[in-house]
Design a protein around this ligand. Structure first.
Ligand code: DGJ
Length: 718
């Protein structure tokens, strides 16, 4: 189908035909991606409403009837017609909830626009709608793009003004929320405890999440899942939302007095400090699922991996990492690092990442951020000898930077104290300030320093950290960070970047359109990680989710965990090691080598597998299934996070298998059953052949196990 462009003149409804136009609908559009249909309908020249979002509708559905059927009744105590819940609810049209746009003229006068249809352009996979307010001289453009491979719709809005205006709040295209949903799930967290699920029942009024920290934050992953009543991980209907922006978002989930519900996402309010003639929202990614939360999760995982991340070398498998942070911290000694590198390579590492401490006089976290020159005390001959050694061991070399940050005790701060963001008397975070990334001279300086290191040394990876919140939210700061990363990516296209911010403080599709990995958490505690990974899989695929085997006694929780559990939890995602390998016993090293070898052997398909969260009948068990793209094989990780209430394990049901097919199912680590497992469940003896129907309906009965252990189950379709 070719693009077509509708103009206001082509339609009967005159501009200004407002509330009374409900019976004269004149604009309808539908978007389809094979799994979902989204229908927009507008009365006269008014902004459209999403009148349907759900499973695919017949191709010949009469959109005008849908629009009419969507209208709710009017009774006592209500206006004579219901204000539209449009894609940009307007305060001027008696909308009883939060408006989608709040702005002021250049002189501070509030502007109350009323947008009227100007034009629409539609192609097979995109819809662009243009509306204008001829009095305030504003143009609003909304775009919706579908993707038949991932089933994620990307919605975005732009505001153009004839004169500079001040923006307070601007929502990406606003969606109605299902009235069949009892609760909403959004995300909270903390350092070492990212991706905690918040479940909030719907009620009259508003749930308002606003992140004013200036970065995505551990506490504020910008996502929302709306399960309908009865939905679980594997079944039922659910709607997913993600706002792809790294500067802090605002979310409104509001039930209006008339019972309708709206979802708004945008940048945190008032983070555009300067008046401007153009503002745009970040992309809002949305998806509808008919097969539970997993339908949303798989859509987001695929969309991120296949459409958002710009991979450096397609086809190259994700390398096993070694990161030296928890081994040496700031105490860099070449002979020690060489020995660590040798041991890491012996365990199976393929990339060695030199963490914080290699530059300036960085002996602790009070000094040197922004002085990105190799410390000659620690590396008298530069980084060359270490990198050569790492290369000889068959590993590539990665390095840590924290580009947006500056210590007061740094050469740069002494020369340019004014380059720091925020006031002089601000509270420091980890003894540091942020640089003002909106200043081109700051970006140029940092670029030159980083480019010098990347040019001088063969480096294929940057761990890009961001360890403090900003003194205030500022969209220009986020755009400045993006610009610096973009410039570096353009100049060094083979260098991968990991987004880290004290762990998972900057994880979103905005940063991930420029980076290839996230450091999910500073917690290397496998038990904590098991839970975080499970929840993060609602959005993040395996290929981008870093997960490392930490020290025997975890540095951030004090918990001591067995090497097999630590290794299998890391093997669920992009695997790495982050401990002093000299602490490993021979037996521990053997286990780690074996699991790493299993991971390498399987990554050819697990990297692109769908991560499916399983519905565990036992709250002590956190289970997932990774299903290959061709659906011929899977691995299920059944993690025992605590002690079960009942004495023997309940069967774990698998999902998305072919009911009629047979699968050979093998308990990979069956030999690690403890002696207290005295019975003879068949899986302990070797592979079983079972039908998809059985595996999905009855589920698999596993041997008894200790808490803080993991069963790993492989399946192959016969
Ligand atoms: C915080 C990160 O999350 C850690 O992994 C480590 O890189 C430190 N910063 C280094 O300062």
């Amino acid at each position: 189908m070719s693009d077509h462009f509708d103009h206001a003149e082509a339609h009967a409804s005159p501009v200004g035909d407002l509330m009374g136009a409900a019976d004269k609908p004149s604009h309808f559009w539908r978007l389809d991606d094979g799994r979902q249909t989204l229908v927009l309908g507008a009365c006269g020249a008014r902004l459209p409403e999403v009148v349907y979002w759900g499973p695919p509708l017949p191709g010949d559905a009469d959109l005008s009837v849908l629009h009419a059927a969507h209208a709710i009744d009017v009774t006592g105590g209500m206006l004579d017609a219901n204000p539209d819940l449009s894609i940009l609810p307007e305060a001027t049209r008696s909308f009883p909830g939060q408006p989608g746009l709040i702005l002021r003229d250049g002189d501070g006068t509030p502007l109350l626009p009323k947008f009227c249809f100007k034009a629409a352009r539609q192609s097979d996979d995109a819809l662009e709608l243009v509306y204008e307010d001829t009095e305030s001289l504003l143009t609003y453009t909304a775009t919706f793009t579908t993707n038949r491979h991932t089933r994620v719709i990307t919605a975005k809005a732009v505001l153009d003004a004839a004169h500079p205006v001040h923006l307070h709040w601007f929502a990406a295209p606003v969606l109605p929320a299902s009235q069949q949903s009892d609760e909403m799930i959004d995300f909270a967290g903390r350092w070492c405890g990212e991706f905690q699920l918040n479940k909030t029942p719907w009620s009259a009024g508003m749930r308002y999440r606003e992140n004013r920290t200036g970065r995505t934050g551990h506490e504020h992953f910008p996502g929302l899942i709306l399960p309908e009543r009865g939905a679980t991980n594997t079944q039922g209907q659910a709607f997913g939302f993600h706002y792809g922006w790294s500067g802090g978002h605002k979310m409104i989930a509001e039930e209006l007095p008339d019972g309708r519900r709206q979802i708004q996402f945008g940048h945190a309010a008032r983070m555009e400090h300067a008046a401007s003639k153009r503002f745009e929202t970040a992309p809002l990614y949305i998806t509808y699922s008919v097969d539970g939360l997993n339908g949303c999760a798989v859509a987001f995982q695929r969309h991120l991996r296949d459409e958002i991340v710009t991979w450096t070398e397609t086809g190259r498998p994700r390398p096993v990492h070694y990161n030296c942070w928890e081994a040496v911290y700031f105490d860099h000694k070449l002979p020690v690092l060489r020995e660590i590198a040798e041991r890491a390579a012996g365990l199976g590492a393929e990339r060695f990442v030199l963490d914080d401490g290699w530059f300036g006089q960085r002996d602790d976290d009070t000094t040197s951020l922004s002085d990105w020159e190799v410390d000659p005390r620690k590396y008298p001959e530069g980084l060359g000898p270490l990198i050569d050694h790492v290369h000889k061991l068959g590993m590539t070399f990665g390095i840590w930077f924290e580009p947006e940050m500056i210590n007061e005790d740094s050469d740069l701060h002494r020369a340019h104290p004014d380059w720091a963001l925020g006031s002089e008397d601000q509270t420091l975070g980890r003894q540091q300030k942020a640089l003002n990334m909106s200043l081109p001279e700051v970006r140029a300086f940092i670029y030159d320093r980083m480019a010098a290191i990347l040019t001088q040394y063969p480096i294929d990876y940057i761990k890009w950290d961001h360890n403090r919140v900003l003194p205030m939210p500022d969209a220009a700061q986020t755009r400045g960070s993006y610009a610096l990363i973009d410039r570096l990516r353009a100049a060094f296209p083979q260098v991968e970047i990991e987004s880290c911010a004290s762990g998972g403080g900057r994880i979103d599709f905005g940063i991930l359109s420029r980076t290839q990995r996230v450091w999910l958490s500073d917690s290397n505690d496998a038990l904590e990680r098991l839970k975080m990974q499970h929840n993060a899989a609602l959005f993040l695929p395996m290929a981008v989710t870093g997960s490392h085997v930490g020290p025997r006694r975890c540095h951030t929780s004090g918990r001591t965990l067995d090497i097999a559990f630590r290794a299998w939890v890391a093997a669920q995602r992009h695997m790495g090691f982050e401990m002093d390998p000299r602490e490993l016993t021979e037996e521990e090293a053997t286990v780690l080598r074996e699991v790493t070898s299993w991971w390498k052997h399987n990554r050819v398909w697990t990297e692109t597998a769908d991560i499916l969260r399983l519905d565990s009948p036992d709250p002590a068990v956190i289970a997932e299934q990774q299903l290959s793209q061709d659906q011929t094989r899977f691995v299920a990780f059944i993690g025992k996070a605590g002690t079960s209430a009942q004495i023997t394990p309940r069967p774990v049901r698998l999902t998305r298998l072919e009911a009629d097919a047979n699968y050979e199912v093998t308990l990979v680590n069956r030999h690690s059953a403890p002696t207290l497992s005295r019975g003879a469940p068949a899986l302990k003896d070797g592979p079983l052949v079972l039908s998809g129907a059985y595996l999905m309906a009855h589920g698999l009965t596993l041997p008894w196990s200790f808490p803080e252990t993991m069963w790993v189950l492989e399946g192959k379709r016969l």
